[in-house]
Design a protein around this ligand. Structure first.
Ligand SMILES: [Ca+2]
Length: 328
């Protein structure tokens, strides 16, 4: 009986500790995962390539250290052939900066393995595939409609470019503000791609609770692309650490079909928010409101001076009339 109770408690603890709202049938794919300890990984399983400032230690993969002008990348050598998948990632973004830090990191599902340095969180621009960006630094000093840190998703087919100066807000699919930086506890993200629906959840408050960041439907991604991670620092810096990345293959959902040849040929696309014009709404509002204020002041002054003028004329006329009455 005691053994049974202990077993039940153990099972309950394991169940409670499982941090993910898992789909029913999931299988971990180790060839697409990053699991500790890492030091032996590069020798035993040459499934990930590193470049730039990336340093691999026992407990983490540090994409950049907390130093200026660094960029690091890690890319999976094996193409991912799962139609539905879920990524569970533990990461840590931290550094000495209290209010100034940057720039952030990205998780990729891309056609090319982008091991060369580039401007999009340390990787190439004009990419083919999906990028999930964890942006800690606002390039626009708070002139966005959102604050930072900010998580967003972008799907590109190689023809679009990421506008780093505007933090990519003009072509993001969806995004959410999320305080993942500088936390003392572990921070997690879950990225699901199931039946063309992309869902991102975060667990960054140390309460083992998932919060939905966003969900986008009709996201078309082919199979056969590569998972990757990249990060960069500029004038401002941070440590960008990945502690663990687990890729789970998820079974097809009811009614979903999978033809490998067709799925390989798909062109990345998404029906998210359309490309926004490159105008900052707050700036425009600010500019137009100043113009309106000047216009109102001008009109008010015209009315006031006209009233005073008319008043003076009327008063003068009355005075004249009185004088005339006195003389005649
Ligand atoms: Ca940024």
């Amino acid at each position: 009986m005691k053994v049974l109770v202990v077993l039940l408690i153990a099972l309950a603890v394991i169940y409670c500790k499982t941090p993910l709202p898992m789909e029913k049938k999931v299988y971990i794919r180790r060839e697409h995962s990053l699991i500790k300890p890492y030091s032996s990984m590069s020798m035993d399983t040459p499934m990930w390539d590193y470049s730039g400032s990336t340093i691999v230690s026992n407990n983490e993969i540090r994409l950049t250290p907390d130093h200026q002008s660094k960029a690091g990348r890690v890319w999976n050598t094996i193409p991912l052939m799962s139609r539905n998948w879920e990524i569970l990632m533990e990461f840590k973004v931290h550094g000495q900066g209290r209010t100034l830090y940057g720039d952030g990191f990205a998780l990729w599902y891309s056609h090319e393995r982008q091991l060369m340095a580039g401007p999009v969180f340390g990787a190439k621009n004009g990419f083919n595939g999906l990028g999930i960006f964890f942006d800690t630094y606002s390039n626009h000093n708070g002139e966005h409609s959102h604050g930072h840190p900010y998580i967003s998703a972008v799907v590109h087919n190689g023809t679009q470019t990421y506008d780093h100066d505007s933090d990519g807000t003009h072509n993001e699919l969806a995004g959410c503000q999320c305080s993942f930086r500088g936390q003392k506890h572990d921070t997690f993200v879950s990225i699901k791609y199931i039946n063309n629906i992309l869902t991102v959840h975060t667990d960054v408050r140390g309460k083992s609770k998932w919060t939905k960041c966003f969900e986008v439907k009709n996201v078309v991604l082919p199979v056969g692309y590569h998972l990757g991670l990249s990060a960069s620092t500029g004038d401002l810096a941070d440590n960008h650490d990945v502690k663990m990345l687990k890729l789970y293959e998820v079974d097809l959902v009811e009614g979903q079909t999978y033809n490998v040849d067709e799925a390989l040929k798909l062109v990345p696309s998404a029906e998210g928010e359309p490309d926004r014009p490159h105008v900052h709404p707050k700036k425009t509002e600010k500019g137009s409101s100043v113009l309106w204020t000047i216009f109102y002041i001008f009109i008010t002054l015209v009315i006031v001076f006209s009233a005073i003028g008319i008043g003076i004329i009327v008063w003068q006329k009355k005075q004249e009339d009185r004088r005339r009455k006195r003389f005649f």
